[in-house]
Design a binder for this molecule. Structure first.
Ligand SMILES: CSC[C@H]1O[C@@H](n2cnc3c(O)ncnc32)[C@H](O)[C@@H]1O
Ligand SMILES: [Zn+2]
Length: 435
């Protein structure tokens, strides 16, 4: 007979949703192993013996899902601010990344995963080099993640093949690891760093391994214009031509899209990771989120790397998404609070190809967070979804559970050694700079 771990939360307020309509259920949530098995005003009969965790003063939400980032770039936070994307990449990021070792990536990723968990992010997508180190951090921390060895193809054919094989080996080795919390993705960095034949080879790898694809796309106007000059097509048609959308796929940024491109993304069910903080900081522009949503495209939220944001606070991204689209459209009903929360949770799960997390529902993974709403900026207790989007921040996260296991308790990470990570991150950056 297998024993299960079953327990319950009582006195809690639970945010449950049907699409973008959220309601607050006051009462109980029962968790069995890694799953939610009950949410309701009462505790179902036969559960009286369960250990009860007190949810008084807490708002329970699905864990937030950060759908695009580069965790190890926390080491480069503040290293190159106030620059345009290409200058920032070529003059600041790439020279430092060329010197990074596996150990550097381990400490950079640890720093980010610590920040994400403490800030209520339970799952994230990450694209970088030395990904076995990121996977190790995910395993140790208890987080959930979709991981990809990001591939830049501006190199010899031999080097391209080495990277492709490394990407496939990583994807094969880690898919389903960490008790299923790690999934893997194939990820050419961008159409401007991967020649068309190389993109096609990576698409073939995704077909062979039955994996989804992810890339940066149409982040800046310059990139779109360059794509037209080089290949005679805008990036969306270019990726479509080279088979990218023949797999389940998600693109980051998608700032500069015309109506026809939105229609192509919708037709192929391509999800978009909207990164408002990073797009504003690099002055890339503002993505057409209301138009994408109207066309039926799944839109979610990403921070991008901590060197272009410069934090991993998903509450900030949800708030930005709710605010900037009102500002640019002149329509105060654009991206209302309930929709912003959906971008940060359920649509996030779909975007990173997970179908059993992202909402508080029976049968879903027990990935959830508790906010301390006994604070001035949550009062009066009226519309708690509105408060979550327009008033809350990462600092309000009191507890976090992933896969039914508590990873943050009273604001402290139970799975990672915070003091050591801060020390090692500083040492790592100092050494990296001097190398
Ligand atoms: C091949 S690993 C990932 C690669 O992406 C770079 N990167 C980080 N942020 C962005 C961005 O906003 N657009 C394009 N590329 C980005 C990072 O520095 C790594 O080299
Ligand atoms: Zn990125």
């Amino acid at each position: 007979m297998t024993t299960t771990n079953k327990w319950a939360i009582h006195n809690g307020k639970f945010a449950v949703n049907e699409g973008a309509t959220w309601t607050i259920v006051q009462g109980y949530m029962v968790i069995e192993d890694d799953k939610i098995v009950h949410i309701g005003e009462t505790l179902p009969e036969g559960n009286e013996h369960l250990t009860l965790v007190d949810g008084k003063g807490l708002l329970f939400l699905p864990g937030l899902i950060n759908t695009h980032g580069h965790a190890a770039m926390s080491l480069l936070r503040g290293h190159g601010d106030d620059l345009a994307l290409q200058v920032w990449l070529q003059e600041k990021m790439w020279p430092m990344e060329a010197k990074m070792t596996s150990e550097d990536v381990y400490w950079g990723a640890s720093l980010s995963v610590l920040e994400m968990l403490k800030g209520g992010t339970t799952a994230f997508l990450d694209m970088y080099d030395h990904m076995d180190q990121v996977a190790k951090v995910v395993e140790q921390s208890g987080a959930r993640a979709a991981l990809a060895r990001g591939v830049i193809g501006l190199c010899s054919e031999e080097e391209q093949m080495r990277k492709l094989e490394e990407s496939a080996a990583f994807a094969r080795q880690w898919n389903g690891q960490a008790a299923g919390r790690i999934t893997t993705v194939i990820s050419p960095h961008a159409p401007y760093t991967c020649p068309p034949d190389y993109i096609e080879k990576l698409v073939q790898v995704a077909h062979d391994l039955d994996l989804p694809l992810h890339t940066h796309m149409s982040e800046t106007l310059r990139e779109v214009e360059q794509n037209v000059t080089d290949y005679g097509l805008r990036p969306v048609a270019h990726l479509e031509k080279h088979g990218f959308f023949s797999r389940p796929s998600m693109v980051a940024h998608a700032v500069h899209l015309n109506d026809e491109e939105i229609e192509i993304l919708a037709r192929h069910d391509v999800a978009v990771s909207h990164n408002p903080g990073s797009n504003l900081k690099l002055a890339s522009g503002v993505a057409r989120v209301p138009a994408l949503l109207k066309a039926g495209v799944t839109v979610s939220l990403g921070t991008d790397g901590p060197a272009s944001n410069n934090n991993l606070d998903m509450f900030e991204e949800m708030r930005l998404a709710a605010l900037i689209h009102k500002g640019v459209s002149g329509d105060p009903t654009a991206v209302p609070a309930g929709e912003a929360l959906l971008l940060g949770t359920g649509y996030g799960a779909k975007s990173i190809f997970l179908n059993d997390t992202g909402s508080l529902k029976v049968g879903m993974k027990a990935d959830f967070i508790a906010l301390n709403i006994e604070q001035a900026h949550f009062y009066p207790h009226t519309d708690l979804i509105s408060h979550t989007i327009y008033s809350a921040s990462a600092k309000d996260v009191e507890h976090v559970w992933v896969d039914g296991k508590q990873v943050v308790k009273h604001g402290e990470c139970l799975t990672l050694d915070e003091e050591r990570i801060l020390r090692e991150a500083q040492r790592t950056f100092d050494q990296l700079l001097a190398r």
